[in-house]
Every structure is written in C-alpha cells, then in structure tokens.
Design a protein. Structure first.
Length: 95
C-alpha cells in the first residue's frame, strides 16, 4: 500500500495545506493517481521530490523548508507522516 493513502486525513483541513512528498521516480505515477482520487481543496499544494539515484539519506530539512517557503499564512504546523493529527485537532485548532 502506498503511504500516500495515509495523507488523506490532512485533506480534512479547511485551511491551506502544503504537502511535501519524497519518492522514487517509479512511484510518481501511482502517487499522482492516488492523489487525484481525492477531492483535494484548491487550498492544498503538493510538492513531489524525486529521490536521486545513489542518494542514501532522507532530506527532511529540504522537504520541510520547501513546504514552509510556500506557506502563505502567518502560522503553520509541521507534521510528519508518523505524527498523524487526531480527528479532534481540527476542531481544537480552528474553532
């Protein structure tokens, strides 16, 4: 199963979302299809970074910084796939 399917919870946010994905070239098509299957709000921006051959590290700083540069609000929340927001957090943060 593609890990990108777990990102669907982030699309519940009615506020802008910038999602930065890191993958290999061979997975871009399936990730794109998965993302297209969601009814993404226009406030959702997705960055896909393709791993270069021979790269053995995960560029967390690059992914985070690219996403932050695209934020157009005064505040932002950085989340990792391993830190899923609970369903109640949307209510706590925005209402």
């Amino acid at each position: 199963m593609e890990r990108v399917t777990f990102y669907s919870c982030f699309f519940l946010f009615i506020r802008p979302v910038v999602l930065s994905l890191y993958t290999i070239r061979e997975k871009v098509a399936s990730i794109t299809l998965t993302l297209q299957s969601y009814s993404l709000p226009s406030s959702c921006l997705i960055i896909i970074v393709i791993r270069q051959r021979g790269t053995s590290y995960f560029p967390i700083n690059q992914l985070r910084n690219q996403a932050i540069r695209l934020v157009k609000t005064s505040h932002y929340l950085v989340l990792d796939l391993d830190m899923f927001p609970s369903s109640i957090i949307i209510i706590i943060l925005f209402y």
